[in-house]
Design a protein around this ligand. Structure first.
Ligand code: RTP
Ligand code: MG
Length: 132
């Protein structure tokens, strides 16, 4: 069994999409293990997105992800990292396939509703950051 970290971002939370996103992951067959609602500090946001610290959009990314409450969650299942990424869809909602979360609910890359870990190592690092 593999664990992954999924976070409904401030735009998804504000729009009332937590239930929809949890439901899609559950219907796919993944199991919810932990969840909490919190507003990220800048320190936690910078640590979570540290791989992007040298990108020109980093400041805006941190502003956005700290702009309101998020739903942070841990999911378990075979190949859960890759499966959650497929349910979420491509980074840019304009290119994400219909039937994916970003394809069905998103418009722009800077507010793309939900985060999913990009590897099992990232998942364990992110779960440690949010759930200790
Ligand atoms: P995430 O980490 O949020 O799940 O998204 P991801 O893996 O699909 O994409 P990633 O490359 O990790 O990028 C993280 C977030 O940065 C924003 N971004 N903006 N302006 C841009 O060109 C740009 N590129 C990425 C997106 O909000 C993306 O989710
Ligand atoms: Mg990423």
């Amino acid at each position: 069994m593999e664990r992954t970290f999924v976070m409904v971002k401030p735009d998804g939370f504000r729009r009332g999409l937590v239930g929809e996103i949890v439901s899609r992951l559950e219907r796919k067959g993944l199991t919810l293990r932990e969840a909490r609602v919190l507003t990220l500090t800048r320190k936690l946001a910078e640590e979570h997105y540290r791989e992007h610290r040298d990108k020109k959009f980093f400041g805006e990314l941190v502003d956005f992800i700290t702009s309101g409450p998020v739903f942070a969650s841990v999911w378990e299942g075979p190949d859960s990292v890759a499966i959650a990424r497929r349910v979420i869809g491509s980074t840019n909602p304009a290119e994400a396939a219909p039937g994916t979360i970003r394809g069905d609910f998103g418009l722009t890359v800077d507010s793309n509703i939900v985060h999913g870990s990009d590897s099992p190592a990232s998942a364990e690092r992110e779960i440690g950051l949010f759930f200790g």
